[in-house]
Design a protein around this ligand. Structure first.
Ligand SMILES: CC(C)(COP(=O)(O)OP(=O)(O)OC[C@H]1O[C@@H](n2cnc3c(N)ncnc32)[C@H](O)[C@@H]1OP(=O)(O)O)[C@@H](O)C(=O)NCCC(=O)NCCS
Length: 178
């Protein structure tokens, strides 16, 4: 649902089991090669070394974004991030990513990495804006169309910048929806 002229508060919180069907629907709406059935449920199992967050709006907590980050020693590996197509370009992706990286840093991450489809302009702009840089290419990485993946790293998480962005993004989202 598109927000209609009325302010709706955006909240970033932990993903819980009751979010799973909405998260899977978002994943299917966002990717040609969505995660296999049960993948998100697996991520929510106790003891997994990850962070699973969602972005929700309104009193009924409509799910508009999700991110999964794998914590591997001192690295935060972005497993997936997606925003509801109706809510893109309002800073939701930026806020999800900045919030997840801040939480990862609290858990000991100092750097981040991810694979992104070559040509995914929206995602690349988001990542480059947060300090990621391309350091390699994985040829034919994606199973659906054998497109190449770029390997991006953010070698030193800038905590102050992330805090600033997370705060500003909330404001930007509100401005855009009023
Ligand atoms: C990538 C994605 C998560 C971005 O979410 P979003 O909420 O639209 O992103 P934001 O509004 O926070 O935008 C962040 C930056 O990206 C830019 N951006 C967002 N969408 C863009 C687009 N389609 N084209 C160009 N730039 C775009 C914004 O302008 C912003 O840059 P700015 O801060 O310099 O203005 C979203 O497009 C998405 O879900 N895509 C499908 C799934 C996907 O590809 N995930 C990434 C897998 S690696």
């Amino acid at each position: 649902m598109t927000p209609t002229g009325k302010f709706q508060k955006l909240t970033i919180r932990k993903m819980v089991e009751s979010d799973l069907s909405a998260v899977e629907a978002l994943d299917r709406a966002s990717f040609n090669d969505p995660w296999p059935d049960g993948s998100f449920a697996y991520e929510l199992k106790p003891g997994q070394p990850n962070l699973c967050l969602v972005a929700v709006v309104g009193e009924n907590e409509q799910l508009v974004g999700a991110i999964v980050v794998w914590l591997i020693v001192d690295e935060a590996h972005i497993g997936t991030i997606a925003v509801d197509p109706e809510y893109r370009h309002h800073g939701v992706g930026l806020m999800l990513l900045a919030t997840a990286l801040l939480q990862a840093a609290e858990l000991g991450a100092t750097a981040s990495l991810l694979e992104v489809r070559a040509g995914n302009t929206a995602a690349l702009k988001l990542y480059y804006g947060l300090g990621y840089e391309a350091v390699g290419l994985r040829a034919g990485y994606y199973k659906d169309n054998h497109k190449d993946a770029l390997l991006l790293t953010n070698p030193r998480l800038d905590i102050e910048k992330l805090k600033k962005i997370a705060g500003q993004s909330q404001g930007r989202f509100e401005d855009n929806l009023v």
